[in-house]
Write a protein that binds this ligand. Sequence first.
Ligand SMILES: Cc1cc2nc3c(=O)[nH]c(=O)nc-3n(C[C@H](O)[C@H](O)[C@H](O)COP(=O)(O)OP(=O)(O)OC[C@H]3O[C@@H](n4cnc5c(N)ncnc54)[C@H](O)[C@@H]3O)c2cc1C
Length: 505
Amino acid sequence: MPDTTTLAQAKPAKASVARTEHFDVVIVGAGISGIGGAYHLTTQSPGRSFVVLESQESFGGTWLTHKYPGIRSDSDLYTFGYRFKPWTGKPIATAHEIRTYMNEVIDDNDLARHIRYRHKIISASWSSQDNLWTLEGVRTDTGEAVRFTANFLWMCQGYYRHDEGYTPEWQGMESFKGRIVHPQTWPEDLDYSGKKVVVIGSGATAATVIPAIAEKSEHVTMLQRSPTYFIPARNANDLADTLRQLEVDETWIHEIVRRKILHDQAVFTKRSFEEPEQVKKDLLAGVSAYLGPDHNLDPHFMPSYRPWRQRIAFVPDGDLFRAVRSGKASVVTDEIEKFVENGILLKSGKVLEADIIVTATGFHLNVMGDIGFAVDGKPLDFADTVTYRGMMFTGVPNMVWVFGYFRASWTLRADLVADFVCRLLGHMQEKGARKVGVTLRPEDKDMKLLPWIDPENFNPGYLMRGMHLLPKRGEKPEWQHTQDYWGEKNIFPAIDLDDPAFVYG
Ligand SMILES: Cc1cc2nc3c(=O)[nH]c(=O)nc-3n(C[C@H](O)[C@H](O)[C@H](O)COP(=O)(O)OP(=O)(O)OC[C@H]3O[C@@H](n4cnc5c(N)ncnc54)[C@H](O)[C@@H]3O)c2cc1C
């Protein structure tokens, strides 16, 4: 790894930074995107120096941060897994299984030497004079200031703040005598055995925590403002199991099963737009099969919105519904008036008694890892930029961000964006360019600029709360994150890097 002490000497360093290290590429974040990025750089763009900077003590990102009981994926690992590494376990995996898989990627490809843990990046500034990014950060273990320079910045820092979840302010919270816990910072010592627990929320997290703690608790109540769609089904993939019985090679199984799942998802998504009422009926029938014929789905399991406006969580083996059926868990659809000493007073006037309240109320969306960005000395507000295909931004050179899919597995896009980055780096090298940016072309100048995503299309709370922070999209597909894997898998490899939208220097 080259150490550009010379560069540090040329520019006066802050007294607390001992030296500046230089890399061709800096990847921020060692989650599924960053580790994938490191793999792709090593295999598709060998010879480039790079480092992965990660603020936490290990790799995994989402799968390290979340430690609540039952923590698992809500989409299948054949597609959430990387394109290049077969998944051989059950489709829905625990955080531990996902980290084990990622660890194998790190070991098999000798990536550990490229990763620096406990390196939190605080600022990133681009200099057009030097064609370099300078990243300043701090070591979270020693407090030591660190500085890196890079020709290219690959942002794999995800989309939400890792050190705290989002909890709304409710009146009377301080008067509640029990414990209030957010799943993202689940206390190791939390003893819920024999306790009354209320879980606020009805998303994938609530659906995971509730069955995981139902057995030991006295009772768990899911308190939801409105119901959510779920897909309850056996945690198995019949096609994968058959192919294994036939002793088909795991590499083939991975590819075939991925294609089958993606095909089925595409059909499902299309149907949910074209015949939402029928899709709704099918989804409700799936829930009913686990709850039993006597259980009325209305009001607790009957969403009012169109399927696919929010991510639909897979409920492996219908465990949430089995917990409800057993009587260990129940659902209340109501609104919170305020917290009281012994629980929650609802708008209906009823009090939900609780010893522990779990606020499964979502994330704090953050843009670019709360890093303060500047371009040529001017602070950068990403909301003032326009995105090129949800990965590059006008006025921000030599940088790509990985933002995955909402309705398909995130990693599908992480792989596609990685191919694009490696191709772009190669193209810059061929052209002898030190800088690449994106700009609106003459024909784009009158294009209407819109929020990052159409709320009519997809509208979970964390996005609605944070939309004003995100880059703008344009009306044309080049200037938006289309959320369409099926289109992008063909379009991305064919992107003309000499299109006038790309400006080299
Ligand atoms: C509980 C949960 C379950 C999910 N399940 C699924 C699922 O089943 N399928 C799916 O497709 N998606 C799922 N998602 C979405 C999920 O976040 C992504 O799929 C994926 O894991 C994101 O990977 P990532 O590497 O891009 O980001 P992250 O996992 O968020 O990792 C980003 C990393 O960057 C680091 N970082 C951030 N800022 C800085 C900084 N300033 N300096 C240094 N390091 C920094 C963070 O510490 C973190 O380790 C889930 C999300 C959550 C919260």
